[in-house]
Design a protein around this ligand. Structure first.
Ligand SMILES: [Zn+2]
Length: 311
C-alpha cells in the first residue's frame, strides 16, 4: 500500500493542532444549542424525535435555547500511546466516473467516500457481512440482527469487551444498513421533519452504514444525562458524548480503528449534525491520523480530490 498520509500529516500536524484548538475554542464560545437527535433505529419502537429547539437538558437552569454545553472532548495527542499515524490505503473512491447513486466501491478500500454528494448504488452490499450476535450478549446487541463486515468484527468485539472490562455500559444500536432499510429510515424522517430530514438522516445510498463498516453505539446511562421528558426508549441524543461510554469512545475508538465520522466541528463539511455515537472502521493507522490531525474522514477524503461523480 502506498503511504500518502505521513507526508500530509507531517506538514500539517502543527497547523491542524492549532486549528483544532481554535475550533474547540470557537465551539466553546459559540456552540449551538444541544440537539436532541434521534434516529430511527432498527426497530420501530425507539424513534422519538426531539427537535433542537425543544431540547431542555437542564430544565432548572434557564431557557434551553441558550444552553451551550462545553465540549469535553479534548483528546490529548501527546499522551496517547498510539502507533505512528499513517494513512495506509490509497483512496481511490471510484475507478471510473460514475453516477453518484451508482457507485460500487472496491471491497478492500476502507476509505471510500460516502457523503451527501457521493453515494452508493442500490445494488451495493458488502460480500462479507457477518452477524455480531454470536459474539455478544443480548445486553449489547439488544437482540437486533446487526451485521458488520468481517474485517470489522474482531476490532469491534475487542473494543466493546475492553469497555465492558472497564465497567462501562455500552450497547450496539446498528451496523450494516441496506439501501432499502436506509430508504425506509430516511422516508420516516422526511415525514416527521421534512426540512431537516437531510441532516438528521442520510438519504438512501448516502449512508456510511451501507458500507458495513459503521456502527452506532448507545449507552445505558444516556438518560442520566438528558431531560426526564425524553422517552425512556430514546437511544440517540447529542449528550451521548457526555456519557462515560461516549467519552471513552471519543478518546479510545481510534486505538481499535474506528473514527468519529461526524464530529461537532465538522458539521459544515460533512453536512450532518454532530453524531457522537456514529463510528466508522478505517483501520488503526487511519483513525489515529484523523484524530491527531483534528480532521474528519469526510474532510480528508474530499481533500484527496475524489473522482467526481455524475449527478
Ligand atoms: Zn450511524
Amino acid at each position: 500500500m502506498q503511504d500518502v498520509g505521513c507526508k500530509w500529516y507531517g506538514r500539517t500536524s502543527l497547523l491542524s493542532f492549532i486549528l483544532l484548538s481554535f475550533s474547540l475554542l470557537l465551539v466553546a464560545c459559540a456552540a449551538p444549542e444541544p440537539t436532541a437527535v434521534s434516529q430511527v433505529a432498527p426497530t420501530s419502537t425507539v424513534a422519538v424525535l426531539a427537535p433542537a429547539d425543544t431540547a431542555t437538558p437542564f430544565p432548572t437552569q434557564g431557557p434551553p435555547a441558550t444552553l451551550t454545553p462545553i465540549p469535553t472532548i479534548t483528546p490529548s495527542p501527546t499522551n496517547t500511546p498510539t502507533p505512528t499515524p499513517t494513512f495506509t490505503p490509497t483512496p481511490s473512491p471510484t475507478p471510473t466516473k460514475t453516477a453518484c447513486d451508482q457507485r460500487i466501491p472496491p471491497q478492500d478500500d476502507l476509505l471510500v467516500i460516502v457523503s451527501q454528494e457521493f453515494g452508493l448504488s442500490r445494488a451495493y452490499e458488502p460480500a462479507d457481512l457477518v452477524p455480531i450476535g454470536p459474539h455478544f450478549s443480548r445486553d449489547i446487541t439488544l437482540g437486533y440482527p446487526t451485521m458488520v463486515r468481517e474485517d470489522v468484527l474482531d476490532p469491534l468485539v475487542n473494543m466493546v469487551n475492553t469497555m465492558l472490562d472497564a465497567g462501562l455500559e455500552p450497547y450496539i444500536i446498528s451496523g450494516y444498513r441496506s439501501y432499502a432499510t436506509q430508504d425506509a429510515t430516511y422516508n420516516k424522517w422526511l415525514n416527521l421533519e421534512p426540512d431537516r430530514a437531510d441532516i438528521l438522516s442520510a438519504r438512501p445510498g448516502h449512508s456510511e452504514h451501507q458500507l458495513g463498516t459503521t456502527v452506532d453505539f448507545g449507552s445505558y446511562r444516556l438518560h442520566d444525562y438528558i431531560d426526564d421528558s425524553f422517552d425512556e426508549k430514546l437511544q440517540f441524543h447529542t449528550y451521548f458524548y457526555k456519557t462515560p461510554e461516549g467519552e471513552w469512545l471519543q478518546n479510545n475508538a481510534h486505538l481499535y480503528g474506528f473514527t468519529l465520522s461526524y464530529p461537532r466541528s465538522a458539521q459544515e463539511v460533512t453536512g450532518f449534525y454532530y453524531e457522537p455515537w456514529h463510528f466508522r472502521y478505517v483501520g488503526v493507522g487511519n483513525a489515529t491520523a484523523l484524530l491527531e490531525g483534528g480532521t474528519s474522514l469526510t474532510e480528508y477524503l474530499l481533500n484527496q480530490d475524489p473522482e467526481p461523480c455524475l449527478n
